[in-house]
Design a binder for this molecule. Structure first.
Ligand SMILES: Cc1cc2nc3c(=O)[nH]c(=O)nc-3n(C[C@H](O)[C@H](O)[C@H](O)COP(=O)(O)OP(=O)(O)OC[C@H]3O[C@@H](n4cnc5c(N)ncnc54)[C@H](O)[C@@H]3O)c2cc1C
Length: 516
């Protein structure tokens, strides 16, 4: 078993060397197909149990659904409301593990405020309040301290306005406030998991597509060079999310689309809490305006059946945009319009088709399934529960192999950047911008010290708080292979197309300088 992590740095040279090693043959215990949160989690679990693990991702880490989420680390409250206590408890436990041990550097406690406006009747308010108290009970049962996630409470109108300055004032009776976890970014979580896996010896290979996948083999194509090779492995895990049925045709999925809109935080008065607005006519659906990094607020979320071919990048519909604006406007002093929208994105939930029901009611629980071809597919679930999904999957693979099943270790393994990871080193106060610390945690010092190009602390473009050193680190340590990887996955500058346009030239210059 690999006890001490090796290097977590991913770059083009490591990728090329590991592809050469694979082409030369040699035993592989586990091939993981798909580099979203699920595949990265499986790779980390397997590599940290001592399995020789290879992860292949056709595009880039977090290219698929994993970068289109609401970036919440959920306590599972909505599952509790529908009586799915097991799913809710698993979420709460995994949230606690992420926030206290494995990734506290990437997650903060986010207050969520439901303003008590005339449109929110006493009945709805009582239901929300009961739900928040149940959420507290879940947090307590998962042993997550109130110091990490404060208790739910009711606040008066003044505090409500301080938390969400844009809230409508007429008739405001105050707000109900509860806390959940919020990731600085979902794609950063995936990269951190994949790099931590690489530190345990996993080969993490982006731009490598798997075809003709069986229970013990696959044809791999390096999409940068066109070179192909056949890999054989003790087991193969299909973690391709909404593409799972293309890798294993015995899988039946029913994707559901969720859309978010992106605003400047100034358009909502720089909120400190997530504005949570009940959807008119429903007691269980809400839209959220979530304050985010890079001075933005993200408004979501829809839940629409999305049958048909799976696009590379799903596109929000006009109706979804109208629905989100109309719903949030019921709680705002000044109406948001389409002119305020700076970006929009949509993602497809990889839900398992149970044959009937509205997508909002389909099972959110994950499944580990073995197909007749022997491929093990893990699908469903959510970002929050990636670790438990990975544990179930690797346990399944090891039990099928026979012999001893080494215990899962991931509940206690800090991801790269988290306190306790060997790569972390303290940084004197004020040595790095707060935004860089929020994205890199204990690796902030490494980001600064490994920068070789000029003006490392300069922002990549005016008004965007991503430094040139972070762009460099994305290429030298985080496996970004081109400017698109940097703009759209290692940073989220690309969520606002106009920002991506402003930063592109500087990012390309840094990527080219490092390639030369
Ligand atoms: C709108 C929305 C909001 C959400 N919000 C939250 C939230 O706030 N909190 C939460 O916990 N969960 C949330 N979720 C759920 C969560 O985002 C998903 O469950 C999770 O990201 C799925 O990850 P995955 O790795 O299974 O799939 P993906 O991230 O889609 O990864 C699959 C990968 O497989 C690759 N691939 C496909 N075919 C091949 C092939 N042949 N060879 C190699 N690679 C291949 C793809 O390129 C892709 O990168 C949300 C989901 C949606 C849609």
């Amino acid at each position: 078993m690999t006890e001490r992590p090796g290097t977590t740095a991913l770059d083009a040279r490591r990728r090329a060397g590991e592809l050469d090693t694979l082409a030369a043959g040699g035993p592989v215990d586990l091939l993981v197909v798909g580099g979203g949160v699920t595949g990265a989690g499986v790779a980390l679990d397997a590599a940290s149990r001592g399995l020789r693990t290879v992860l292949v991702e056709a595009r880039d880490l977090a290219f698929g659904t994993s970068r289109w989420s609401s970036k919440l680390v959920h306590g599972g409250l909505r599952y509790l409301a529908s009586g799915r206590i097991g799913v809710a408890r698993e979420s709460a436990v995994e949230r606690g593990i992420l926030m206290t041990r494995t990734a506290p550097h990437l997650i903060r406690a986010l207050p969520q405020a439901v303003p008590l406006l005339p449109s929110v009747g006493r009945g709805t308010a009582a239901l929300v309040h009961t739900g928040f108290l149940a959420g507290d009970a879940l947090r307590w049962s998962a042993r997550t301290p109130a110091a990490v996630l404060p208790r739910a409470r009711r606040v008066g109108p003044d505090t409500a306005q301080r938390l969400v300055p844009a809230v409508r004032t007429a008739g405001l009776r105050g707000a109900l406030v509860a806390h959940d976890g919020q990731l600085v970014d979902d794609a950063r979580l995936v990269t951190a998991i994949a790099r931590t896996a690489a530190g345990y010896g996993a080969s993490v290979l982006t731009r490598v597509r798997a075809d003709r996948v069986t229970g013990t083999s696959a044809e791999l194509t390096d999409t940068l060079t066109g070179r192909s090779l056949t890999i054989t492995a003790g087991a193969v895990v299909n973690a391709t999310g909404v593409w799972a049925d293309q890798v294993d045709e015995s899988i039946r999925l029913r994707p559901s689309r969720g859309t978010h809109l992106v605003f400047d935080a100034a358009a909502l008065g720089h909120p400190r809490a997530a504005l949570t607005v009940p959807v008119p006519g429903s007691t269980s659906r809400f839209v959220f305006a979530l304050p985010q990094q890079l001075g933005r607020v993200v408004l979501g979320l829809t839940d629409e059946d999305a049958p048909g071919p799976v696009p590379d990048e799903p596109v929000p519909t006009e109706q979804e945009i109208d629905f989100l604006l109309a719903t949030v406007n019921t709680a705002l002093e000044r109406r948001l319009t389409r002119a305020d929208v700076r970006g929009a994105f949509a993602g497809l939930r990889p839900l398992i088709d149970t044959g009937d029901g509205d997508t909002a009611d389909l099972s959110r629980r994950h499944a580990v399934l073995r197909s007749p071809s022997g491929v093990v597919t893990v699908v469903g679930g959510k970002l929050t529960t990636y670790r438990a999904m990975a544990q179930d999957t690797v346990d399944f693979v090891l039990r099928a192999r026979g012999g001893a099943v080494p215990p899962c270790r991931t509940a206690r393994l800090p991801l790269v950047g988290a306190p306790g990871h060997p790569d972390g080193r303290p940084l004197p106060d004020g040595a790095a911008p707060a935004s860089l610390l929020a994205r890199h945690g204990g690796e902030a010092r490494a980001v600064l010290e490994s920068a070789r190009l000029p003006r490392p602390l300069e922002p990549v473009a005016e008004g965007i708080d991503v430094t040139r050193a972070e762009i460099e680190y994305a290429v030298t340590h985080e496996g970004a292979l081109d400017a698109a990887d940097v703009l759209h996955r290692r940073t989220r500058i690309g969520l606002v197309p106009a920002d991506a346009d402003r930063a592109r030239a500087a990012v390309e210059e840094i990527v080219d300088a490092l390639a030369g």
